[in-house]
Ligand binder design. Structure first.
Ligand code: ATP
Length: 267
């Protein structure tokens, strides 16, 4: 196998519950990704082809990768990840062969999702940014996508922060012909994301997540996740003086009193 790791969906089960906000995006993605992966017979019965490529776009840290993982997991599909800049640089000269291998592996182990992060690095728009190598790589990617004729078995999700800089040739019918914007969450979305990332935390009394969410204007999912982790680290630092680090186990009494303030991040 060319893959050194197990396909990601085999590693961890992630559910739609892990995604805050983005309800309508998820609803749309379930229809165009989960449905054909799980029930390709629906599409063949009606004589239509499902979408083989979907472009997710939006600022970093808002859940493009997360959604791909969740879709793979919930569709019980294998997920193969390609990082645009990495495959262009690290495998320089072997990029096309590597793409072919991944597509083949995904097909052999279908249903599969191929996730291409930062796809603009593989297929930039400006013709002048293209050398011969880049041209060949884009042509290879397009040929591989055109070859995904088995309905529903393999779906390619491309992600980019800059949809305008993706080669328009990629956005034609039969290729990435659906797009979904994954944008910065609003206050309701931020609340859901806060709830997700504090689910296992003993929060101190009086923390109003809704109020906090309303104050976090402009925070992405990734920002909120790191805010929660930082608050937990602050809680740990607050308790450190009470903890004898030489002891094998931290006493239950100490663990029980620990709480995360969350407002700590204002310090
Ligand atoms: P990039 O463009 O940097 O790849 P991305 O949009 O793919 O960004 P993710 O990698 O999915 O962002 O987000 C990073 C982490 O932030 C996720 O693993 C998740 O824990 C958290 N996160 C982001 N968005 C959300 C969300 N909508 N709900 C819950 N958690 C989120």
């Amino acid at each position: 196998s060319i893959l050194t790791e197990a396909p990601e969906s085999k590693k961890a089960r992630v559910t739609y519950e892990e995604v805050g906000g983005l309800e309508s995006e998820i609803r749309a993605m379930r229809e165009i990704v989960e449905l054909p992966l799980r029930h390709p017979e629906l599409f063949s019965r009606l004589g239509v082809e499902s979408h083989s490529g979907i472009l997710l776009y939006g600022p970093p840290g808002c859940g493009k990768t997360l959604i791909a993982k969740v879709l793979a997991s919930e569709s019980e599909a294998n997920m193969y990840s390609i990082n645009g800049p990495e495959i262009m640089n690290k495998y320089y000269g072997e990029t096309e062969a590597r793409l072919r291998d991944i597509f083949k592996e995904a097909k052999d182990n279908s249903p599969s999702i191929i996730f291409i992060d930062e796809i603009d690095a593989i297929a930039p728009k400006r013709e002048e940014a293209y050398g011969d190598v880049e041209k060949r790589v884009v042509a290879q990617l397009l040929a591989l996508m055109d070859g995904l004729t088995d309905r529903g078995n393999v779906i390619v999700l491309g992600a980019t922060n800059r949809p305008d800089s993706v080669d328009p040739a990629l956005r034609r019918p039969g290729r990435f012909d659906r797009e979904a914007e994954i944008s910065v969450p609003n206050a309701d979305g931020r609340l859901e994301i806060l709830q997700i990332h504090t689910r296992g935390m003993p929060l101190s009394d009086g923390i109003d997540l809704r109020e906090l969410a309303s104050e976090l204007h402009g925070y992405t999912g990734a920002d909120i996740k790191s805010l929660c982790r930082e608050a937990a680290m602050k809680a740990i630092r607050r308790y450190l003086p009470k903890i004898d680090l030489e002891t094998d186990r931290i006493p239950a009494e100490v663990l029980e009193t620990m709480e995360v303030k969350l407002v700590d991040f204002y310090d």
